[in-house]
Design a protein around this ligand. Sequence first.
Ligand code: DC
Length: 233
Amino acid sequence: MADKKIIIAIDGFSSSGKSSMAKQLAKTIGYAYIDSGAMYRAVTLYAMRKGISTPEFLDEERLVAELPNIEIGFKVDEHTGRSRTMLNGEDVEDIIRTIEVSNQVSPVSAVAEVRRDLVRKQQAFGLGKGIVMDGRDIGTTVFPTAEMKVFVDASPEVRAKRRHIELAEKGQDVSYAEVYKNVCERDRIDSTRKESPLRKADDAYVLNNDEMSIEEQNEWLIELYNKIVSLQK
Ligand code: DC
């Protein structure tokens, strides 16, 4: 008999590597993967294009009024098998990863109405279970009853180094200092905001991956998954 499908919530700081490991876990166990951060990034891109969000200013009122016009989805690229983020029918997967979007995403994701709207959409993705979702508040707010919760932690230096390499590989010319500043600033805003701040759920397993290879992290996750599934009735 097939294993009972569960919900897997993976939360953690920005650039902690949670998306890569969540994606790999979903692929290994045949689950859907949803990157909730991509949804906040897509809303931010929309706001930037409309002039609602600039590096200096966010017009919260206009943003909230625009929410019904923002449609976010995911499409699997048939060549690579990877998920691509869609904003009102446009593939925005690459542009939402730029440093310009990263620099404006935290204030946008601190707006209560934005969170309410996206949390509702995220919960709808989980209706059929069999899903791995990563983010900041998945184990605490989106799926508080998820069967498996993981909180990924790593030092800001290690995370900034990883993100810097990733951006350089994509041809984005940004200094380590700027990436480090962005990582620390996002940590600060994400963990101190009023609406669902980033925090570990009481029943989450902690994975500190400062000193772990990607393979070791994947193994750790799959072992935990097997253990949890074997305990399900
Ligand atoms: O995971 P990421 O770095 O792509 O996320 C981008 C931003 O979105 C992050 O700075 C905080 C926000 N976010 C959030 O507030 N809640 C989530 N569940 C996921 C992301």
